[in-house]
Design a protein around this ligand. Sequence first.
Ligand code: PPS
Length: 291
Amino acid sequence: MTERMTTTEIFDGIRFPGFMHTSESLRAACSLQFQDTDILLVTFPKSGTTWMQQILSLIFCEGDLWPIHHLPNWARVPWIEHVSFSSFLSNLNASWPRLFTSHINARGLAPALMKSKARVVYMARNPKDVLVSYYHFHRIAGFLPNPGSFEEFVDEFLEGTGFFGSWFDHVKGWLGLQKDLNLIFITYEELKQEPRPTIQKLSEFLGRTLGPKEVDTILEHCSFSFMSESNMVNYSLLGKEIMDQSQSKFLRKGVVGSWKEHFTPELDKRFNAVYQSEMGDSGLCLPWHMD
Ligand code: PPS
């Protein structure tokens, strides 16, 4: 199981951890036949993927919490590019729409998606918080290389040469397709600051009307405290060689703005300059303030 732990798979010029991906699994994801009823969660890593996987499961479980307590997130809302995707696919809950996850960029995945009316939930987060979360994740994930110094990691992030490619290309690619796809854009920050209306907006997009009690149940089971304790979403089911949470937890802080504890004024200036040149004239309406 751990034999590809240090393998890097390069696909379309982007590095992927070979432990979970092969060129075949990545190619299969990009040619998946989506159904109109499918729901695909797309994120750049560390943008709130697990949080949204939990929310999507809760929206469709209609009060039956068995899957929340007994099935790991990766089986409920599997990554389509994962080597084991086909076995997850055959075990999906038949009474839910097919719920999928992907970290692949729009260039790779949008052509297959456009052949259907599948709904896309694109979740994104302030890139400085993504970067900090990703840095800590590289320290605990056995299938990712040691991140080196924080400064080196910032450089790699800004160059877009890290695992899963460029955050800037990911966000610009997917949000640039808002008119072509059946897509809702949700931010980590709005979910944190206004969870109830954000979940209501999301469930309306997904065609589910939720009563206030259902929303209460969702809010309780997607809270940082509940998820931190739940083996089904906190990745404690994985062995230490895959994820060593003795140093830092997968659900680490779960806050907005923890980047401020890590960025020096010099790094911040460097980041802001690249952000401005990459996103400044993108024409996208992005909610993050970089200061
Ligand atoms: S991954 O590896 O790409 O699937 O990681 P991902 O799930 O996208 O991101 C992990 C970060 O999301 C935070 N998280 C949450 N924040 C608030 N509330 C809830 N319920 C929640 N669940 C997960 C998690 O703590 C990671 O962020 P950091 O900043 O590292 O704490």
